[in-house]
Write a protein that binds this ligand. Structure first.
Ligand code: TRP
Length: 365
């Protein structure tokens, strides 16, 4: 056991991951998963967490570059995923981008991941002088058989926010989804409004036909009706499901005026211009007084969507280094996957290596 002062980010997040694996029936891949996490973190992993943050990662509120998520498929067992920002030892936007690009190459070699789609669009999203809050994130879905799945996330604002729509349109075009852009703009963007913005563009590093292309749109000050409209762009989304989710997670609000709700459209190659998946992300930490309330709402949502909520409690016990009602943000988002691609619910858990957001005084639930 390292002494508290020398405990590194690797120790902290690695221990959380190992315990989560054991809890979720992934004990066979726990050690390999922890080693993979070390690789994803890079040299920043060996910094003691008592030292100042090297790079203010946008991944998690306290700038820890690690977010865990538990994805519950309808009726199935939960899946563990980890999102990591790879940070270069010299930590500049440019060096982080280069280091994350090299990491992509190493992962592709080690796990035989196809990079053809990544290479088709990388010059759009990986410029020499990246702007914005990040340039390239990696996520891994840990599978019990060790056949882990990898995803990469690009930042549409990496050449400045104004260029984002153009980058997205070009990326779709190059990936053979030329009309996808128009579908999204028609459903997810409110007219005459600058309140809807592209925030992520993601690729599964998997061979066809499972490989998804995903685009994320944040909706400032969205009303539930805006979300219903955004959701129905995808094949097989039932009316009212997104609304019900917003109401349960948001405590019956009709408008979300703090951190924005986010729509994600997922396309597979055969989709043409109509996505087969839609996911709604709700930043629950902004709409609850503390994590105890977030936990209660997430539990109610899991029950509603046919999943076993006790897993979430066990995961929270592992992650939380504090009582749930002492802060807010441990559960950062809850999301609902709708449409034809694996419907289900996901809870996002911050690693909180560096600290936590204290409970805001007097915030009503
Ligand atoms: N922490 C960032 C945010 O809150 C990025 C992020 C992490 C995010 N996980 C996410 C955004 C899930 C949307 C959905 O925006």
């Amino acid at each position: 056991m390292p002494s508290p002062g020398s405990r590194t980010l690797r120790d902290h997040a690695g221990q959380q991951l190992r315990s989560l694996c054991e809890e979720l029936g992934l004990e066979d891949v726990a050690e390999g998963g922890v080693r993979l996490l070390h690789d994803l973190l890079g040299s920043v992993g060996s910094r003691p967490i008592a030292e100042p943050v090297l790079w203010p990662s946008f991944d998690v509120d306290d700038h820890t570059p690690v977010e865990f998520s538990l994805a519950f498929d309808r009726g199935g067992s939960p899946t563990l995923r980890v999102l990591v920002e790879h940070i270069a030892p010299e930590a500049t936007a440019h060096k982080n981008l280069l280091a994350a690009r090299r990491l992509t190459e190493r992962l592709a070699q080690r796990y035989q991941l196809p990079l053809d789609r990544f290479e088709a669009i990388e010059d759009l999203f990986l410029p020499d002088e990246p702007q914005g809050r990040f340039s390239l994130w990696h996520a891994v879905v840990l599978r019990p058989d060790g056949q882990h799945e990898f995803k990469v996330y690009f930042n549409p604002a990496v050449r400045g926010a104004k260029r984002a729509p153009d980058l997205i349109a070009q990326a779709f075009e190059r990936l053979g989804l030329g009309h996808a852009y128009d579908t999204i703009v028609a459903h997810a963007f409110r007219q005459e409004s600058t309140s809807d913005t592209f925030v992520f563009f993601a690729l599964d590093l998997r061979p066809e036909p499972h490989c998804r292309v995903k685009v994320y749109v944040a909706h400032e000050r969205a009303r539930v009706t805006d979300i219903e409209r955004a959701a129905c762009a995808a094949r097989g989304v039932l009316p009212g499901v997104a609304k019900d989710f917003c109401q349960l997670a948001g405590g019956s609000r009709v408008a979300f005026t703090r951190r924005p709700l986010v729509s994600c459209y997922a396309f597979v190659a055969s989709d043409g211009d109509v996505p087969s998946g839609y996911t709604l992300y709700l930043p629950i930490r902004d709409y609850v007084p503390d994590d105890a309330v977030a936990r209660d709402r997430a539990t109610a949502l899991l029950k509603r969507h046919g999943a076993d909520p006790s897993v979430l409690d066990r995961a929270l016990k592992i992650i939380a280094g504090r009582p749930l009602d002492a802060g807010v943000g441990l559960i950062s988002y809850v999301s609902l996957r709708m449409g034809q691609l694996q419907p289900g619910m996901t809870a996002y858990l911050s690693s909180e290596a560096y600290g936590m957001t204290p409970k805001p005084p007097g915030r009503p639930s």
